[in-house]
Write a protein that binds this ligand. Structure first.
Ligand code: NAP
Length: 548
């Protein structure tokens, strides 16, 4: 009964280190780790101990006998990563190598203090890594009153298992060395220089908040938007609650075929009753209940073998939605299969060969994967009526969404590489800027999965601690307790971890047991919920401040 890793694999590698026989690969020290679509358990070496199940933060691992029908393809997918051998491998007792974290050397000026800007996965994994060291203090600064970045506002609401990683982040936030300053914007309420006056180092884990834009005629007309805006809309991000999403027509076209395109297509074609059991925003659920959309076309500019979506996500999509190809694209898939040797790409192509034909009548909202369509212009005068492609073909559509990737944004007082849209860095050390570090998408670009940020953040933290130990980081000018005063003087509506827990509890209560939570989308509502948090008596707050 070997264990199997399934679709929601976050690739953070926790399972690798928990495994007593080193049967999960690629491991973070192996070359393929950074680009792997997921991790795989070797069924011949697995000893069925279940240690990986407890270590996995997103519940992606189960014994092969406990998989749902939709998860069965993952048995072959895990096994296929390893060469075929005869029988069970002899048991070993070899743990995967753990990359050593340098120990913080104590200094007379007090413990290492690090400001982390952002509270998404890269920020929380960096905090976790720093807080493994005795005495270290981590202060997190987040623009919204709610933490966890793209886990809250980017992961699709029907992927609740992936969102379970927030339980790990909640545990990190309970550490005594951790303080959250939510609803505080660095660049508006506080500057980089302010943060450096109160910390030895500032680590930016701000992600890639912009979209890559497609520069073709018609972009910007009503009915055009980006897929990531729609993701933020259905996830209840306060800045996107009013996005005009008009679903009163037959077809939506999405340009680009990465995992974001798949997420949006799936949500737009899902049964609203099923979505009503998720944490989808109320406004999005209402719009989807009234939707007239019958088909979402995912249009890629290249052929099937270059599909940007990952195999686990394709397996998930085809097992839950009606997905079709037209006859020409079926031919393209078969032609690619005849030439491609790479195992993962062949697996994707084999799934595509089994898809239904687009000529069949539409009986429920469906997704069509389409290839060799380079967008040239959006059609329509007052609003979008379709999209024109370079081959002269057109597709009617009431809404066109570009889904061609995220893009990093420049940070005040730090250098910026405008081509790669990242902060130039060496292993997380920002070039030519003492005391500044980066982790996550602003460090390496917008690729990978939630857990990819664990090893990325660990590398940055290793370098930061090394610099601190070598005496390269100046001591903060102020005592730790002065920070709280400064933040409150600049942003009286700051929300702390206790306030966030009150928001969290209120959202869960609003879900009424039928849904994981019913999200607030209005910042004023979030702040009102935070204000109901039980507060310790003033003398205890004073003591806590003195001990910080
Ligand atoms: P992505 O995977 O980089 O895909 C971008 C798509 O846009 C590709 O199909 C690309 O086609 C196309 N494209 C780029 N420029 C174009 C242009 N000028 N015209 C037409 N098409 C163009 O981006 P993403 O979907 O935004 O995903 C970002 C990252 O988040 C990925 O690592 C993804 O795996 C991850 N993610 C994961 C999940 C999940 O695991 N469930 C969910 C969401 C996102 P070409 O290949 O031809 O350039």
């Amino acid at each position: 009964m070997p264990h199997v890793i399934t679709q929601s694999c976050c690739s953070d590698g926790s399972c690798v280190y928990a495994c007593p026989v080193n049967c999960i690969h690629p491991s973070p020290d192996e070359p393929g780790f950074a680009t792997a679509e997921m991790l795989y358990i070797d069924p011949d070496a697995c000893v069925d101990c279940g240690a990986c199940v407890s270590a996995c933060p997103v519940g992606a691992i189960a014994p092969d006998s406990k998989l749902t029908d939709n998860q069965l393809p993952f048995i072959e997918l895990n096994a296929g990563f390893y060469p075929k051998r005869e029988g069970k491998l002899p048991p070993t007792s070899k743990l995967a190598p753990v990359l050593p974290a340098p120990m913080v050397s104590p200094r007379p000026g007090g413990p290492l203090r690090v400001a982390i800007v952002g509270s998404g996965p890269a920020a929380m994994y960096a905090a976790d890594e720093l807080l493994t060291q005795r005495g270290v203090r981590v202060n997190i600064f987040e623009k919204l009153p709610t933490p966890y970045g793209l886990v809250r506002a980017g992961v699709a609401p029907d992927h609740q298992s992936t969102k379970r990683v927030t339980r790990l982040f909640d545990r990190v936030s309970e550490h005594t060395g951790f303080t959250a300053f939510l609803n505080v914007e660095v660049g508006k309420h506080l500057s980089h220089a302010d943060l450096l006056e109160h910390h030895h180092a500032v680590l930016y884990a701000v992600g890639a908040p912009n979209d890559r834009r497609l520069d073709i005629a018609g972009m910007g007309l009503p009915g055009s938007a980006t897929a990531t805006e729609v993701v933020a809309w259905f996830n209840g991000h306060p800045d996107f609650a009013d996005l005009p999403v008009d679903l009163g027509h037959d077809r939506v076209v999405i340009i680009g075929n990465g995992n974001v395109a798949l997420d949006v297509a799936r949500i737009l074609t899902s049964d609203p009753d099923a979505l009503a059991r998720t944490d989808i925003a109320d406004h999005a659920l209402a719009a989807l209940r009234a939707s007239k959309v019958q088909e979402v076309v995912i249009a890629a500019r290249r052929g099937p073998k270059f599909s940007a979506f990952t195999l686990p996500e394709l397996i998930g999509l085809t097992s839950t939605c009606d997905v079709v190809l037209d006859a020409t694209d079926h031919q393209r898939v078969i032609a690619d299969l005849a030439t491609v040797e790479d195992r993962l790409t062949r697996n994707k192509l084999e799934i595509l060969t089994k898809l239904g034909d687009a000529s069949a009548p539409i009986t429920r909202p469906r997704i069509r994967l389409a290839y060799q369509l380079t967008p040239q212009r959006l059609l329509g005068d007052e609003r979008i009526t379709g999209v024109g492609f370079a081959d002269g073909g057109t597709l009617d559509a009431g809404m066109v969404l570009t889904s061609i990737g995220y893009r990093g944004k420049a940070i005040a007082d730090l250098p910026f590489d405008d081509v790669a849209a990242v902060v130039p860095n060496d292993g997380g050390r920002v070039l030519d800027t003492a005391g500044a570090y980066v982790a996550g998408w602003i460090k390496r670009g917008p690729t990978g999965f939630i857990g990819t940020n664990k090893s990325c953040a660990a590398e940055t933290v290793r370098n930061l601690v090394e610099d601190y130990n070598r005496g390269q980081l100046g001591d903060p000018a102020h005592k730790p307790a002065a920070l709280d005063k400064l933040v409150r003087s600049r942003q009286p509506a700051v929300v702390d971890a206790v306030g966030w827990r009150a928001i969290d509890a209120a959202e869960i209560a609003r879900g009424g047991g039928q849904r994981p939570r019913d999200k607030f989308v209005d910042i004023a509502d979030m702040l009102a919920a935070a204000a109901t948090a039980p507060r310790p008596p003033a003398y205890k707050r004073l003591l806590a401040g003195l001990h910080r």
